[in-house]
Design a protein around this ligand. Structure first.
Ligand SMILES: [Fe+2]
Length: 202
């Protein structure tokens, strides 16, 4: 019996290794920044996502707001939001089991679907800038409306980051409450949180 159990165990491990290796041999997705295709099934998505597990080192942050149609006024329910970012050392951490664009974006990524009011909430850690310090610390984000195309919006940058130059500020695609530079503040719940609304492209 023990032999049989060992055999089954070894077989399962072998299958997992083969599956992981098979994915490693697959070509990377043509789109470098996309992530919608890697999303879990809809029944596993809510309007909140926890990207960094508790054991991930770093300062805990919350990013929240609402997603709107291109008019900036009408809430957009059911939008798939994909986010990924570096860890507290500025690298995209790889665990070895990444699939799809996880092989580019690393393990600190997640998906959610906006609720009826277009709300979203991302709980994670504050990323660090790349070790080269060539770019501000950032969280990449894409939006995919139901039946529509995935597109990126300005990354989340963090007010006070010395790597944000005036030139970079001028290049931001969205402004006002949609602006990509957010201010993290401790709220009444003790969370270090920032609010930002997002807008689907026309
Ligand atoms: Fe990046």
């Amino acid at each position: 019996m023990r032999t049989l159990l060992s055999y089954v165990g070894v077989s399962i491990v072998s299958l997992l290794i083969v599956a992981a290796c098979a994915d490693a041999r697959q070509p990377l997705p043509a789109c470098e920044w996309c992530g919608a295709a890697d999303a879990p099934p809809d029944d596993q998505l809510t309007c909140q996502v926890l990207i960094a597990p508790d054991e991930e080192p770093g300062e805990r942050i919350v990013l929240r707001g609402r997603v709107f149609l291109p008019d900036g006024e009408t809430p957009a329910p059911g939008v798939l939001v994909y986010a990924y970012h570096t860890d507290a050392t500025g690298v995209y951490p790889m665990r070895g089991s990444e699939t799809g664009n996880g092989r580019r974006h690393g393990a600190l990524r997640g998906w959610l679907r906006t609720d009826a009011e277009g709300r979203y909430e991302i709980r994670t850690i504050k990323p660090a800038p790349y070790p080269t310090h060539t770019e501000p610390a950032h969280v990449h984000v894409t939006l995919t409306p139901r039946g529509g195309q995935e597109h990126w919006v300005d990354e989340f940058w963090f007010e006070g980051d010395p790597l944000i130059t005036e030139r970079m500020r001028a290049r931001l695609e969205d402004t006002g409450r949609f602006a990509g530079i957010v201010r993290l503040e401790t709220n009444e719940q003790g969370e270090l949180a920032a609010e930002r609304d997002l807008r689907l492209r026309r």
